[in-house]
Design a protein around this ligand. Structure first.
Ligand code: VGL
Ligand code: ZN
Length: 193
């Protein structure tokens, strides 16, 4: 699962994560490993209406970002998106923040939990942005649902609104049972091609 690798979360974007684009080549390599094995690949995207309580102007924490249909909301142009990959969108509800991929839906209105059930997935490998928000929330939610979660430590980056937020999030994910790996050597953890 590739979380929110969108223009607005990359340097130069409305909510640029420091070095956010530095993960893209690792994400791409990982996506190709999964594609070659015919394993499911899911992309989430932050997909906000223009007015939402998620934005500062309406009481939230953030500058406007990832507004539906804008360039900032598009996936980063260097990101490899296989045809077979599923895209799930979140953050459409103007009344609340929704950081977790488990609050995301496919274009057919199917949520992540039922999508995973349909795919018979009980293990997720997670990479993307941002460590201290969507990656954290998705991981904790998945663990709560009994999934095995492995976070790709070198293919995530955080916002760090407060210094140390990402490190804290990593500790928290670990305490709750998440496993961590580097993208290098990941093939060893996957079924043979
Ligand atoms: C996110 C901040 C604001 C995320 C979304 O997806 O991590 N972070 N909106
Ligand atoms: Zn957002």
């Amino acid at each position: 699962m590739v979380v929110d690798v969108q223009n607005d979360f990359c340097p130069g974007g409305a909510l640029g994560v420091p070095d956010g684009d530095a993960i893209i080549s690792r994400v791409n390599k990982t996506v190709v490993l999964f594609e070659r094995r015919g394993l499911p690949i899911l992309f989430t995207r932050d997909w906000h209406p223009r007015e939402t309580k998620h934005f500062k102007e309406f009481g939230g924490a953030w500058p406007p970002h990832c507004i539906q249909g804008t360039k900032g909301a598009r996936f980063h142009p260097d990101l490899v998106l296989p045809k077979a990959a599923l895209i799930l969108s979140k953050g459409m509800d103007p009344e609340q923040d929704s950081y977790s991929g488990f609050q995301a839906f496919t274009d057919h209105g199917r949520d992540l939990e039922s999508t995973l059930r349909e795919l018979e997935v009980d293990q997720l490998f997670i990479c993307g942005l941002a460590t201290d928000y969507c990656v954290r929330a998705t991981t904790l939610d998945g663990l709560r649902r009994g999934l095995t979660i492995r976070v790709l430590r070198d293919a995530i980056r955080g916002v760090d609104l407060k210094p140390g937020d990402s490190e804290m999030a990593i500790k928290e994910m670990r305490v709750h049972g998440a496993q961590f790996s580097e993208t290098r050597g990941l093939a060893r953890l996957l079924p043979k091609e």
